[in-house]
Design a binder for this molecule. Structure first.
Ligand SMILES: Cc1cc2nc3c(=O)[nH]c(=O)nc-3n(C[C@H](O)[C@H](O)[C@H](O)COP(=O)(O)O)c2cc1C
Length: 301
């Protein structure tokens, strides 16, 4: 990210980092035990709730970057996510055996979305979904991605997409209680609370709206979080505020660039170790026992 972007007023990354930095942790030592970070999702079990975010264009980071990342994620026992990709790249990622959530763009043509969901399902995806926050007609000059027109999506569209796949359908880019209620209505299989690294300036930090979204969802489906997560203690804070699991995007790109699959594996393992330590010193024996009351929110919102 350029200097210019990080210093811009309303910069989403700065706002989101500041929110993390305004969350403090009580310590609890009596009755603490060695914690487990084991995590179950969509019928599969994983070693960690630290996930690889729905990135794309990773060939630019390193040749075969998407596939390298998937190998590293699999070796770390984590969940892989991937964003927009040509079919051969999707197939190569899924062929690694990494349990992958494939996120598809909100193409204007719902048929194109359904075809990509079917393709991912045929090749063994764990779940599919759509980053609805990347929608747009001519608004914001974001009418197309890689030459394919984007559309706006109604609740009826989301309901139709949920019905069009047997896999869990995850809506990525939920940043309000209003949309969370619509997701409950649509019967989605999960949501990602995210501003997509700042698709608008001055977004609410995902963790500020998360507890209210958790109340709306009321355990009906998993709630994932991403944006500006850099280390395990950030993951802990998101889990404490109600996330089911947490994705890391830009922070894992440098390890991917320099270390390929091994770099990604090591990064996820280090994040998981940091999470595990934070659980140990807050007396959380497993993910279900992370207690929101250890978090002191000094942000005021
Ligand atoms: C290079 C790059 C490519 C991305 N491509 C996609 C994509 O195709 N689909 C998607 O849903 N999100 C995409 N994202 C957004 C990420 O999934 C994530 O929401 C965002 O980067 C915030 O996480 P972070 O702060 O950990 O990077 C992309 C992000 C980056 C940096």
């Amino acid at each position: 990210m350029s200097e210019e972007k990080t210093e811009r007023r309303g910069d989403a990354d700065r706002i989101t980092r500041e929110y993390f930095d305004g969350l403090f942790l009580e310590m609890r030592h009596i009755d603490a035990v060695e914690p487990s970070t084991a995590f179950a999702l969509y019928g599969e079990t994983f070693k960690t709730p630290v996930m690889f975010a729905a990135l794309s264009h990773l060939d630019k980071v390193r040749p075969g970057g998407g596939t390298e990342a998937a190998k590293g994620v699999k070796a770390a026992g984590a969940v892989m996510w991937y964003g927009i990709s040509e079919r051969p790249e999707t197939e190569a990622i899924l062929a690694t055996g990494a349990k992958t959530v494939k996120i598809i763009k909100p193409y204007a043509d719902n048929g194109a979305i359904i075809r990509e969901m079917e393709h991912a399902a045929e090749h063994g995806a764990l779940a599919v979904g759509m980053d609805i926050d990347h929608q747009g007609g001519s608004a914001g000059n974001r009418g197309s991605v890689l030459g394919i027109p984007m559309g706006f999506k109604s609740l009826a569209d989301v309901k139709a997409l949920v019905k069009a796949t047997k896999l869990p359908f995850v809506l990525k880019g939920v940043l309000s209680e209003v949309d969370a209620r619509k997701c409950v209505d649509a019967g989605v299989g999960g949501i990602v609370v995210s501003h997509h690294h700042g698709l608008v300036d001055y977004p609410v930090p995902p963790l500020s709206v998360l507890p209210r979204i958790v109340k709306v969802v009321n355990g009906l489906f998993p709630i994932f979080v991403d944006c500006s997560v850099r280390r395990g203690i950030d993951v802990f804070k998101a889990l404490a505020l109600g996330a089911t699991a947490v994705s890391v995007g830009r922070a894992v790109m440098e390890p991917l660039k320099t270390g390929g699959a091994d770099g990604v594996k090591t990064f996820i393992e280090e994040c998981t170790a940091d999470l595990s330590w934070t659980m140990a010193v807050t007396a959380a024996k497993d993910l279900a026992h992370i207690d929101s009351s250890v978090v002191v929110n000094a942000n005021g919102f």
